[in-house]
Design a protein around this ligand. Structure first.
Ligand code: NAG
Ligand code: NAG
Length: 172
């Protein structure tokens, strides 16, 4: 191959790589009203950080929006369509690896401290969290104790549409 052709291929390859965020292995999840990414998560429209919690010491943890007063934010990995994160189990159960369950319409995004089958989530273009390939359908719904929780296709009163982005630094 002539070297000019090769350098063209290399240049095009570099452009393609630069156009998309690099593959994330360990990321935070934020909600935002915009679909487009922003290298600075704090600039995302109506951005909110998320945190795992269990309102009533139930087995499944869910994801709620959290303001700036947090101690730390959970980070996630995505393998075989399933999100995983280390979290404290209820009743002083210590740190466990929580795995997301299959996402279903009208239900909260849930995590259990047990192995789960292959899930139905993915990161479109490396950052936009999808369910069964759909980017739209995430909603922020009113949860217990005044919390706002991430739900897939929530239809109860007060649910608001959102996008979920994987980001590498906290928005605030
Ligand atoms: C991810 O979270 C775990 C548990 O809180 C923490 O130990 C680890 O340092 C975090 N990793 C990154 C890359 O932030
Ligand atoms: C979460 O799933 C992974 C992969 O299936 C598994 O290794 C891990 O044990 C699961 N977490 C718990 C607490 O069982």
């Amino acid at each position: 191959m002539r070297s000019s052709t090769l350098s063209l291929i290399v240049a095009v390859g570099a452009m393609i790589c630069a156009a998309f965020p690099t593959e994330l292995t360990n990321f935070l999840l934020v909600t935002t009203s915009q679909a487009d990414p922003n290298p600075d998560p704090s600039e995302l429209q109506a951005v909110a950080a998320t945190s795992l919690y269990d309102p009533f010491h139930q087995p499944a943890l869910i994801l709620r929006l959290i303001g700036s007063g947090y101690n730390s934010l959970p980070n996630f990995t995505l393998t075989d369509g399933t999100l995983s994160s280390v979290a404290l189990a209820p009743f002083n159960g210590g740190e466990k690896l929580y795995n997301s369950t299959i996402v279903e319409a009208g239900k909260e995004l849930q995590f259990l401290a047990s192995p789960q089958p292959a899930g139905n989530m993915a990161l479109s273009e490396g950052y936009l969290l999808t369910v069964d390939g759909e980017e739209e359908g995430w909603t922020i719904c009113n949860g217990l104790l005044g919390s706002e929780v991430l739900t897939w296709k929530g239809t109860t009163d007060g649910c608001a549409d959102t996008y979920v982005h994987a980001v590498t630094k906290a928005p605030y």
